[in-house]
Design a protein around this ligand. Structure first.
Ligand code: ZN
Length: 145
């Protein structure tokens, strides 16, 4: 995301307390996931006021600003529900770190589903199971398994 002053920003940076809350829940399970994720400690996390409200998007990773992960503002009130979304995006960040210049090609439509999303959805569901949570995605979409 570009930080241009004339573009209204829909994001709010996580507080240190919020960041640590998620770090403390993700660190104990990250080694139990079938695929790696990037270090949450190396990320900047943001709430997005539009995500999950104006559209169905719960989170995003953009290789143009690869330190940043944005998740739905809905997670501010229901943080448990957004843990697996953060893990999903941390996996995309790991994919970018691994594939670098290939990542934009893997992210194009039709290729993306198999190349990037398949493993992200697997560990997202694993995370919810490890945490004993239904997860926002599971509630909204039963077709992700
Ligand atoms: Zn994804």
């Amino acid at each position: 995301m570009l930080e241009l002053p004339f573009i209204q920003d829909s994001t709010i940076r996580f507080t240190v307390k919020e960041h640590l809350w998620f770090l403390n829940r993700i660190k104990p399970i990250e080694n139990r996931l079938s695929y790696p994720i990037s270090d949450i400690g190396s990320c900047e996390l943001f709430w997005d006021k539009n995500y999950g409200v104006k559209n169905g998007v719960l989170g995003s990773f953009n290789w143009l600003s690869p330190k940043r992960i944005k998740v739905s503002i809905l997670g501010k009130d229901s943080p448990d529900m957004i843990i697996s979304t953060i893990i999903h995006e941390l996996h995309h960040k790991w994919q970018w770190e691994r594939f670098k210049f290939l990542y934009p090609f893997l992210a194009i439509p039709f290729v993306r589903g198999f190349a990037l999303e398949r493993t992200a959805l697997i560990i997202e569901n694993e995370a919810d199971e490890l945490l004993g949570l239904p997860g926002l995605n599971s509630l909204n979409d039963n077709n992700q398994h």
